[in-house]
Design a protein around this ligand. Structure first.
Ligand SMILES: Nc1ncnc2c1ncn2[C@@H]1O[C@H](COP(=O)(O)OP(=O)(O)OP(=O)(O)O)[C@@H](O)[C@H]1O
Ligand SMILES: [Mg+2]
Length: 392
């Protein structure tokens, strides 16, 4: 349906072709932007129903693409998973597999205009009703962000504004989202309270400081305070501890867990640190090259990994008490997201590959009610036959 590059093999595009792509991209994205920017859209256009009311978020066949001048990058290409209320869902996968793009789609914060969700639904449970974020206009989304979903970003130094004091920045969040009927003094009090809640001892002092005067751990705590300012229902934590040392990391994770229980929200925890996932997550989603290859409860993924990629991932982490000469590393690299192959994306790196892997991208197979895997090694006998002429 969408335009893609013509010259696929040599990796170079002529100036003419590049111009043609950008013109076509503009046409596609302008149309989508126009739709998103509409005002006074009737609620019925984006209201939806949760498939299971016990879920806070349901990603359903999400496709988020970037329309770049070099072609269409299919960063997220058919992702479905649920985030149950009060639970933590860990999203793992190697760099560039689409973890951040998935979470940014939920916030409608993809880099626009080139980044667009082109297909699928993201159902968000607001309590008394549910919305489909993909169809929600920008105007309404501003109210959703912060109040219902908020995000703790990967890099606290770049996410805080260096020229404003910490207090002013947290005040602003409260003022924007929860400020109705509150005086300046009330807001200040709430900010100090939040800073204390996230474990900053000298909260009055920190209120007056600039970001560069804080340590990395303190900055991350400030980010968490901002994210929690309005008691959101869903907290997205994108590598919340990557920039921190191990002791602070443990403290921050503890803090996240406590706060989550206090406001009974759900956490979508993105990381490539399996240790963090093991400690925090109830459910785990394993992504590879823009798709989910396996998902299940943390126990299923850690003790019974099924997909060769997950098995490799598990073998590549050190385990206390087990002596290994060399940690396993998965050979090869991820396919180019502009020209994805039409067979299993992991096939070229897979040491368990069989003849039947030649067919179309593998369908999702249920190993238990919660455990699903996309790998043709788990196909029941009747599905194995005829894979060669299988559908895409
Ligand atoms: N603004 C953008 N324009 C074009 N492509 C992008 C853009 N942002 C992300 N991508 C592409 O989308 C893919 C997924 O990126 P994403 O940031 O979701 O990775 P990730 O899984 O979060 O990786 P990491 O673990 O390194 O944070 C990558 O191939 C990336 O090149
Ligand atoms: Mg990321």
């Amino acid at each position: 349906m969408f335009f893609n590059r013509k010259k696929e093999d040599n990796g170079y595009l002529s100036a003419r072709e590049s111009r043609r792509i950008s013109k076509e991209n503009r046409r596609i994205t302008n149309e989508m932007e126009k739709r998103r920017k509409r005002k006074n859209v009737p609620e019925s256009e984006y209201l939806t129903k949760m498939h299971d009311p016990a879920n806070a978020v349901e990603f359903d066949n999400l496709h988020s693409w970037f329309f770049t001048d070099a072609g269409t990058v299919r960063s997220v290409d058919g992702v479905s998973f649920d985030v149950p209320i009060g639970k933590t869902v860990g999203v793992v996968g190697e760099s560039g597999c689409g973890k951040s793009v998935t979470s940014l789609s939920l916030m409608q914060l993809l880099q626009r205009p080139q980044g667009q969700t082109v297909e699928g639904e993201i159902r968000l449970n607001l309590g008394d009703k549910a919305i489909n974020v993909v169809d929600t206009p920008q105007e309404v989304m501003q109210h959703i962000r912060g109040n219902y979903v908020s995000m703790i970003f990967q890099e606290p130094m770049t996410s805080l504004n260096p020229v404003f004091r910490i207090g002013e920045q947290v005040d602003e969040v409260i003022e924007l989202h929860d400020g109705e009927g509150k005086s300046k003094e009330d807001i200040r009090k709430r900010t100090i309270e939040l800073l204390e809640m996230v474990g900053i001892a000298n909260s009055e002092g920190v209120y007056m400081m600039f970001p560069h005067e804080l340590s990395g751990g303190m900055r991350q705590r400030v980010m968490i305070a901002m994210a929690l300012a309005c008691s959101p229902k869903v907290i997205i934590a994108d590598e919340p501890t990557t920039a921190l040392d191990v002791t602070i990391q443990a403290q921050i994770l503890d803090l996240l867990r406590q706060l989550k229980d206090r406001i009974n929200s759900s956490i979508m925890l993105i990381t490539h640190d399996l240790g963090v996932i093991a400690e925090m997550a109830d459910y785990v989603v394993v992504m590879y090259a823009g798709r989910i290859v396996e998902k299940g409860t943390a126990e299923e993924i850690f003790y019974h990994p099924a997909h060769p990629y997950t098995i490799g991932l598990m073998a590549s982490k050190p385990v206390v008490g087990r002596e290994v000469k060399e940690l396993y590393s998965i050979p090869g690299k991820v396919p180019n997201p502009i020209n994805m192959p039409n067979y299993c994306y992991f096939k070229d790196r897979c040491d368990k590959c069989t003849g039947s892997c030649e067919g179309a991208y593998p369908e999702e197979i249920s190993l238990s009610k919660t455990h699903k895997v996309s790998c043709c090694r788990y196909y029941p006998e009747e599905m194995k036959g005829g894979r060669e002429n299988g559908k895409e």
